[in-house]
Ligand binder design. Structure first.
Ligand code: HEM
Length: 732
């Protein structure tokens, strides 16, 4: 029997109608459920701020400020004044929350992995390698950090110091000796590169190696496009060359270590520790190579910039230089020829370290960095939505007058007192605190020691500007005029190099006595004209040599015999006098300073950071949990992934549990906070010391501060690419 065609059509129509209506019914129900769920949740409230133009947002404003080295003055501070410490913006397509202040810094930095993860541009990750520490999270990060940070800890550095001293001396011999003018920044870059290779890896730097590495580093913040001859393409090519070289070195080292009693020999260098990890199967060959590349990147531009800026600050602040010299003269006076500096000597460089810290407060080599929220974060009544970028900065605290009095003045003695936690952040903080901060400290101080006791210098361009690309750098390479300092009064000469320490001390006392007799005043020296300079120096030379060889049994010195010279502190004027007499060129003072002169009360109380109380983590940060996504308001909110809402209540009075999500990675909290690694009480730097009693009250009151630095612009497209890529900051 054939079916009626009309009957068949009606059936088909009926089926279609039924399907459509049930689908509609299902979706309506779902939508209703979704809406009611949404209503139950408190509204997410985004921080105030402007998202700028579609897609590019406020990228151009940020880029311009960065290019002019005025990120704080032109971008961050006006927004802090307008919106408060937490503001939203959109940079290169990424909605971003900029956080400022100690509390916010602590929240973001100490909650790495649980609330945020570090966010690097894809070009950086490709060039440093997917296996480097900065791209790793959780357990893998813990293992790598263990190897790297232990080798670079204060104890690890003790065995490294002789090597470091040799490297610095040999650098000065080859790059400074016999020259009248050098580029200080080029010099510090070459030095930091050699320190990493020769001191950390035990690999001799060969001709051309630095250039290849610099080609890689140039691409780290470039757009990851591989046009022939693009920055990134060149960098990738250089990376392949480096990889070939390093793989060969790693395999060679592995063979060598395996032949030596199963590789059980004590690991003296960071390189052997990494290879030891490889032999034990804890890390792979790729991880060894990638981390070797990363460490060069992490140490190179940062340490060299800090070194160069320290010299600039000293040249502009003669009172500080004077106090610093005093410290180094005393250390040098107790050393025999060629004797290495020890950890004890470095510990005596208290004031010098304050000078370096103050330099990095005003001119941080890294002004902040990006994170990505992995959950919704509720802070200060606002929500930082999951997936958004978070930018923490040093500026919000380093330049805050409530935290650092008269913040734009250069005043190293402000570090006589311990600083509040999370206010001084040149090395970052939390689980990603710079793993090489102790090495940076020791390298800068050792370099300072050898330079200030061997050379006089003056800035060729006192007003040289600082550019950003996107890391800061002196735009002309900081050329300086140099001349050897004649230190015969302190240095063990051919006659006295075999003398005992006691004899050297006696001689120093005698020299001081002799100086008192001579009584040459500053005016006379100041008036010495250029034409008579040379004659004067020859005479000075002769006299110092005579003094150095004076019979120590001279009756005038007899009264001092029973005193211990190491306890004797030379008066400031005496030190200056000694330097005047032994110096052919007095450090010149820049006529124009970028910063006001230091306070008159620049009497330094020497106190090493280690003397200050240990860190006790405490924060009063208040979070509230969200239950309703309709709380979210503002542009960009509609794109939010609302499926994960963090119960973000986190009063980290007990940071052991709070700083790292113990439920997801219970080992991490004990690892990062067990005292063996930086975030804990064992960190020696006061930047991590906690004194919660003076938390900033209302940081929105920050006045507009200006560095008064004339600005020299960089090649704009290169910087732009770098910046854009930096801001795009892909997930590692
Ligand atoms: C003055 C010199 C230096 C400064 C200002 C500096 C600054 C920093 C900062 C701010 C961070 C944290 C970045 C972030 O939170 O995203 C960092 C991380 C790091 N730094 Fe340094 N750094 C310096 C020297 C060094 C040196 C000499 C080394 C080693 C040779 C080094 C190795 C590292 C490593 C491995 C990390 C990543 C740590 C991790 O992800 O766990 N740094 N540095």
């Amino acid at each position: 029997m054939a079916l009626e065609p009309n009957f068949l059509l009606s059936w088909i129509f009926l089926c279609i109608a039924a399907t459509i209506s049930s689908t509609l019914f299902f979706f309506r129900k779902k939508q209703h459920k979704f809406r009611s769920k949404k209503l139950q949740q408190p509204k997410k409230k985004l921080p105030p701020g402007e998202m700028g133009l579609p897609w590019i947002g406020e990228t151009m404003e940020f880029y311009k400020a960065q290019k002019n080295n005025r990120v704080f003055e032109d971008f961050v501070n006006p927004r802090i004044i307008k919106h408060g410490n937490l503001f939203k913006t959109k940079i290169m397509g990424s909605p971003t929350i900029v956080v400022n202040g100690a509390e916010a810094n602590r929240l973001i930095l100490s909650n790495e992995f649980s609330l945020v993860v570090s966010s690097w541009p894809s070009s950086s990750v490709q060039l440093m390698g997917m296996n480097c520490i900065m791209a790793k999270q959780g357990e893998k990060h813990r293992v790598l950090r263990g190897i790297v940070a232990n080798s670079l800890s204060y104890n690890g550095l003790e065995s490294l110091l002789p090597n470091l001293c040799d490297t610095v001396r040999s650098h000065l011999d080859t790059q400074w000796r016999g020259k009248e003018e050098i580029s200080l920044y080029r010099s510090t870059k070459a030095l930091t590169f050699t320190v990493v290779f020769e001191c950390l890896y035990g690999i001799k730097v060969e001709l051309g190696m630095l250039e290849i590495f610099e080609r890689v580093l140039e691409g780290v913040f470039a757009l990851p496009v591989e046009f022939p001859c693009s920055r990134f393409a060149r960098a990738k090519k250089a990376r392949v060359e480096i990889e070939t070289l390093l793989v060969e070195k790693v395999r060679e080292k592995r063979r060598e270590m395996e032949q030596e009693e199963g590789g059980e020999r004590p690991n003296t260098t960071l390189f052997s520790r990494l290879v030891q990890g490889l032999i034990k199967g804890e890390i792979t060959e790729e991880e060894v190579v990638d981390n070797m590349v990363l460490l060069v990147f992490a140490a190179h531009d940062t340490t060299s910039y800090a070194m160069a800026m320290t010299f600039k600050m000293l040249a502009q602040h003669p009172t500080c230089l004077h106090t610093l010299l005093k410290e180094h003269v005393q250390i040098k006076a107790n050393k025999g020829e060629g004797e290495y500096l020890t950890v004890e000597d470095v510990k005596k460089m208290k004031y010098s370290w304050q000078v370096v810290r103050e330099t990095m407060r005003l001119s941080p080599p890294i002004f902040g960095s990006f994170r990505k929220a992995v959950v919704d974060i509720n802070y200060g009544g606002f929500t930082i939505p999951k997936g958004w970028k978070v930018l923490w900065t040093t500026y919000g605290t380093h330049y805050n007058p409530e935290i650092f009095e008269d913040p734009m003045s250069f005043n190293p003695s402000r570090f006589d007192k311990a600083v509040q936690a999370y206010t001084y952040l040149p090395f970052g903080g939390g689980p990603r605190l710079c793993a090489g901060h102790q090495l940076a400290k020791v390298s800068i101080l050792v370099f300072l020691h050898f330079v200030v006791t061997s050379y006089d210098w003056s800035l060729v361009y006192p007003d040289e500007t600082i550019s950003m690309d996107p890391l800061p750098l002196p735009s002309l390479g900081m050329p300086i005029k140099i001349s050897p300092k004649l230190m015969s009064a302190f240095e063990p000469t051919s006659q006295n190099k075999n003398r005992t320490k006691k004899e050297r001390e006696r001689e120093l006392k005698h020299t001081r006595r002799e100086m008192e007799k001579v009584g040459e005043d500053e005016k006379t020296i100041g008036e010495a004209s250029n034409s008579t300079e040379e004659t004067r120096n020859v005479k000075e030379d002769e006299r110092i040599t005579e003094e150095g060889s004076t019979d120590p049994s001279n009756s005038q010195t007899a009264n001092f015999e029973d005193h211990d010279v190491s306890e004797y502190e030379m008066e400031d004027e005496e030190v200056l006098e000694l330097f005047r007499r032994s110096s052919s060129l007095r450090p010149k003072v820049a006529k124009t300073n970028n910063f006001p002169y230091p306070n008159k009360s620049e009497e330094m109380v020497l106190q090493f950071p280690e003397d200050t109380p240990a860190e006790t983590e405490q924060t009063n940060v208040e979070f509230h949990s969200m239950t309703d996504t309709s709380e979210i308001a503002g542009p960009g909110a509609e794109d939010l992934d609302i499926s994960v809402i963090l119960e973000g209540v986190r009063s980290s009075s007990d940071s052991k549990e709070d700083s790292v999500d113990s439920s997801s990675d219970s080992d991490l909290s004990s690892y990062y906070f067990d005292g063996s690694l930086p975030v804990s009480a064992h960190v020696e730097e006061p930047e991590t010391h906690q004194d919660e009693s003076h938390l900033p009250k209302d940081e929105n009151q920050m006045p507009l501060l200006r560095l008064n630095q004339p600005v020299q612009q960089l090649t704009s497209w290169r910087s732009c690419c770098g910046l854009l890529e930096l801001l795009r900051a892909d997930d590692p």
